[in-house]
Ligand binder design. Structure first.
Ligand code: PSU
Ligand code: MN
Length: 301
């Protein structure tokens, strides 16, 4: 590919062999988890994918180059440095042209992974419709990207910092497929059940692979979201969750935080207010989703 996109030797070898590959986003590393746990979790997630016999492809922009698969030094840079921008699809080219560094959101990662021939992607939570969207029009570009990128996206729903029912409506409007893994309930990230139903349930990686094959044969242009909940015993107790969430939303209002700063600021608030509990849940979510995505990638390959 052009010098603007560089595929790591590990990912290139997997591509040549037609082996299973799982794309990973990097905004969760740079803006979604606190230091120093972010780097540790990023490495554990890659290992979890290798342990299933698949190849991880963490995606980011380093020195103006899109990297599909990061070496150890680049991963550490994304995790530790303040000069890493958060980029969605519209922002990628600006950072590339200027030779900068950036972490990719779900939208940007889907776009770049698809371009690199990767069909499975694992993350924690998707962006979605914000609660005050009626006034602010704040809806993540992730949703648009999912509507026109054929990708299997394994996640634990969306955080309840968002308007979950509105997000599900938008996913329907945008033709994005949603299936619950082992459940008919849409997960609420820290909560096993967001309170909203999912029509289609799948129970195995092979189930997902069969749907992926049918989508491919039918040229369905959008993504399939595989919503994978935390087990109930591992969720944040709903009373604690609801209190922290209300406080976090009030703080954003007070500080007047807007635009793409909203998601990282809210996530950071929840991490601080929950005394490490949300970090533990977040780590478990990402590891679980990476493992499931690797199994799906293996079933497809
Ligand atoms: N939700 C999370 N953790 C995250 C994000 C979302 O639970 O780290 C990140 C993802 O990279 C997602 C992005 O694509 O935030 C969405 O940001 P925005 O709402 O500005 O589109
Ligand atoms: Mn936004």
């Amino acid at each position: 590919m052009s010098g603007r996109i560089v595929i790591s030797p590990e990912v290139a070898a997997a591509r040549r062999a037609g082996g299973p590959i799982v794309a990973l986003e990097s905004t969760i590393i740079s803006h979604g988890l606190p230091r120093p746990e972010n780097l540790r979790v990023a490495r554990e997630v890659e290992e979890a994918i290798r342990a299933e016999g698949a190849t991880p492809a963490t995606i980011a922009v380093v020195n103006g180059q899109v990297r599909i698969g990061l070496d150890s030094e680049s991963l550490a840079h994304i995790a530790n440095e303040d000069d890493v921008a958060k980029v969605s699809i519209r922002d990628i080219a600006i950072v590339v042209a200027r030779g900068g560094h950036a972490a990719t959101t779900v939208a940007a990662t889907c776009h770049l992974a698809h371009r690199a021939g990767i069909g499975v992607f694992a993350t924690g939570g998707l962006g979605g419709v914000h609660r005050e969207a009626r006034d602010t029009w704040d809806e993540s570009a992730d949703l648009q990207a999912l509507s026109h990128t054929p990708m299997i996206v394994v996640c634990s729903g969306v955080k309840s910092i968002l308007d979950v029912p509105a997000t599900l409506e938008r996913l329907e409007t945008l033709n994005v497929g949603v299936v619950g893994f082992g459940t008919h309930r849409f997960p609420g990230f820290y909560l096993t059940d967001s309170g909203m139903p999912v029509e289609a349930r799948v129970d195995s990686a092979a189930d997902v692979a069969a749907i992926a094959a049918a989508r491919c044969a039918l040229d369905i242009p959008s993504a399939l979201v595989v919503a994978n909940p935390l087990p109930e015993s591992r969720q944040i107790p709903p009373e604690i969750h609801d209190r922290i969430l209300a406080e976090g939303l009030a703080e954003m209002e007070r500080k007047g935080i807007r635009g793409k700063a909203v998601t990282p600021a809210l996530i950071d608030y929840v991490h601080r207010a929950s005394g490490g509990r949300s970090l533990e849940a977040n780590t478990e979510i990402i590891l679980g989703n990476a493992t499931l995505a690797a199994r799906i990638a293996c079933a497809i390959a």
